[in-house]
Design a binder for this molecule. Structure first.
Ligand code: GRG
Length: 304
């Protein structure tokens, strides 16, 4: 694997991520519907696609940012779970035959393989809508203005000006020569928007001032961009078993990536620079922002 230039994997990060993942898993379990009836396969598929490991990096970002602004744990957990529900929907739909056509996700058969295509589409739809239901619930925040801010933030990150637009561009430019600016835009939308919102949600819950919120947004954008570059590096150099998904697909599918456009070494330098800038951008928050700095370090040193 092309080495991260000087940035070290944060000590104990794997354990901290795992502990946070357990907590968000418990919240997700509580929020996901269950029951008997003809709709049962849908509910089972929603649980299958969500309660299945994963790094849970986005919820970690939400809870770490929320902690910086003194947000009560229960509120942070609910917003974090909403972000993860939306992420899991995107993975279910991305794995469908009409999109990336993947059979393995998080080390298990993808949702449409374990169930069927129609059920996977419906499970994705229901995870997406559940994410907004969770954010709009007064249990997430007593102030309706904060709840609306969260809902609008997630719609922008996920919809036609965010992740879905990024996915459309990703499909539209397959097997076509694309310039670096277009790749940057597609990745900022496809991956960066949700990662940025994951961080911003903690600031929204904590009613951060405009400058503080903007600083978190800038940090999130840099972390999101670095995350996607490393994801593309891992697609070429990672360990399939550890990652729990098929690798080496980007080049074969003619995907537009910065690794393809710039080469591995330059792409690695870029990711590293983004992580350093993300770390530096947290200067106004001082030591309490150390968990967020560790996320930036983790993103560029990760192996999965
Ligand atoms: C289908 C609407 C729709 C959107 C798809 C998120 C996405 C857009 C596609 C997933 C495929 C992909 C490679 C996206 C880039 C973002 C990314 C690296 C997702 C995987 O996130 P991780 O590594 O996964 O955080 P875990 O399993 O750890 O949660």
């Amino acid at each position: 694997m092309t080495a991260a230039g000087g940035l070290q994997a944060p000590e104990g990060m794997a354990e901290r991520l795992a502990a946070a993942a357990d907590r968000v898993e418990a919240t997700l379990d509580e929020l996901l519907p269950s029951g008997a009836g003809l709709e049962n396969p849908l509910l089972d598929a929603m649980r299958y696609a969500t309660l299945n490991g994963g790094k849970r990096l986005r919820p970690y970002l939400t809870t770490a940012t929320a902690a910086l602004f003194g947000v009560p744990d229960r509120q942070a957990q609910r917003a974090a779970a909403a972000v993860e529900l939306l992420h899991c929907y995107s993975l279910v739909h991305d794995d469908l035959p009409a999109m990336d056509d993947d059979e393995l996700r998080r080390g298990r058969p993808t949702c449409h393989i374990a169930f069927d295509e129609a059920t996977a589409i419906l499970a994705g739809d229901a995870l997406l809508t559940l994410a907004f239901d969770v954010l709009a619930d007064p249990e997430t925040h007593e102030d309706a203005g904060v709840r609306i801010d969260l809902v609008r933030g997630l719609t922008e990150a996920a919809g036609a000006h965010g992740m879905v637009a990024g996915q459309m561009i990703d499909l539209a430019v397959e097997h076509r020569p694309v310039d670096v600016a277009t790749i940057e835009r597609l990745q900022a939308l496809k991956t960066g928007a949700l990662i940025t919102f994951a961080a911003e949600a903690g600031a929204v819950l904590g009613k951060a001032g405009p400058d503080e919120r903007q600083a978190i947004v800038s940090y999130g954008r840099m972390v999101g961009a670095a995350f996607q570059i490393v994801d593309d590096l891992l697609d070429e150099e990672g360990d399939e078993e550890a990652m729990g998904k098929a690798l080496g697909k980007d080049a074969a599918a003619g995907k537009a990536t910065l690794v393809g456009a710039l080469g591995r070494d330059e792409a690695r330098r870029r990711a590293d620079r983004l992580a350093r800038d993300a770390i530096a951008s947290l200067e106004p928050f001082g030591h309490p922002a150390e968990p967020l700095r560790d996320v930036a370090r983790f993103v560029v040193t990760r192996r999965t």
